[in-house]
Design a protein around this ligand. Structure first.
Ligand code: G
Ligand code: G
Ligand code: MN
Ligand code: NA
Length: 254
């Protein structure tokens, strides 16, 4: 409860910030970013999202937080659109289940895009398997309403949940994100390499793009490339960075 009231304050007092982690293509060129929330607490320093997002998700606070994230991300997209080096980047935003299941979620997204002038074709919403299990037909119609306006969808942490293939086929997804747990285990004996191959084959069948998360070494990147995965995100390519550093480090270098 203590944390909850200070989180409310954090939103009001500008203690929140989005950091951006680069996503690269086969040539290592930046093609997009994932927005990741950071909280700079005046006394407690930097509080990682795992310590406050699950808490916010228990109540209405996640709606406030989610709207702040969406608004900030869309403003960032608008800002990037002004400069040739960043104009083509896509921006992935994590959407919590509770936020997605709000009756006016589609309207919120559409209004935020209109208000900020962001290009919807550059916005990607990251959802997770767990939120797809209930209310299938409403979920699909919401996704389709947003897709018809150009917004993309990525399925985060893919492989860790329980989506049936039949269900996955019905969803208008653009991209599967291979969970970093599988990338981490790629070089060890075990099933992770086989799972990654299966995800890649599945994505091809369903005509979805794939990105591997949590790529930390060149060996992992090369293995993934040899399996046919050509988009990557992870510390090997860059940590999440505040907006100015993201541009300096990834777009203005060389
Ligand atoms: O940035 P970090 O690796 O610490 O993120 C930890 C977790 O918090 C991840 O599961 C990530 O998806 C989640 N997360 C980070 N930023 C956001 C956000 O803006 N909204 C939501 N709903 N989750 C986020
Ligand atoms: O659940 P989600 O995929 O949204 O979480 C992304 C989280 O993964 C972020 O908190 C980010 O900081 C973290 N992350 C990004 N790249 C790497 C990586 O290469 N290794 C590890 N261990 N974590 C990473
Ligand atoms: Mn994510
Ligand atoms: Na993930």
């Amino acid at each position: 409860a203590q944390l909850e009231s200070s989180l409310r304050e954090a939103i009001a007092r500008n203690q929140l910030e989005l950091h951006y982690q680069v996503q690269v293509n086969h040539a290592g060129m930046p093609v997009g970013a994932e927005a990741l929330l950071r909280w700079h607490h005046p006394e407690r320093g930097s509080i990682p999202p795992v310590q406050f997002i699950p808490l916010a998700e228990k109540g209405e606070l996640i709606i406030l937080l989610g709207n702040w994230v969406l608004e900030t991300a869309c403003r960032q997209l608008k800002e990037w659109s002004r400069h040739p080096a960043s104009a083509e980047l896509t921006l992935a935003v994590n959407i919590s289940p509770r936020q997605f299941h709000q009756a006016d979620f589609v309207q919120q997204v559409v209004e935020t895009i209109a208000r900020t002038g962001a290009n919807p074709a550059r916005l990607k919403l990251e959802i997770t398997e767990s939120m797809l299990l209930d209310h299938a037909s409403i979920t699909i119609s919401k996704m389709e309403a947003l897709k018809s306006r150009g917004i993309g969808f990525a399925l985060d942490d893919f492989g860790t949940g329980y989506s049936s293939l039949a269900y996955l086929k019905r969803l208008p997804l653009d991209q599967l994100k291979i969970d970093r747990g599988f990338v981490c285990g790629l070089q060890q004996a075990g099933h992770d390499a086989a799972i990654v191959r299966t995800i890649l084959a599945l994505a091809e069948t369903l005509d979805m793009a794939v990105i591997a998360e949590g790529v930390e070494t060149i060996e992992q990147q090369e293995l993934l490339a040899s399996m046919g995965c050509h988009n990557y995100q992870g510390y090997f390519f860059g940590r999440p960075l505040p907006p100015e550093k993201f541009v300096q480090h990834h777009l203005l270098a060389e």
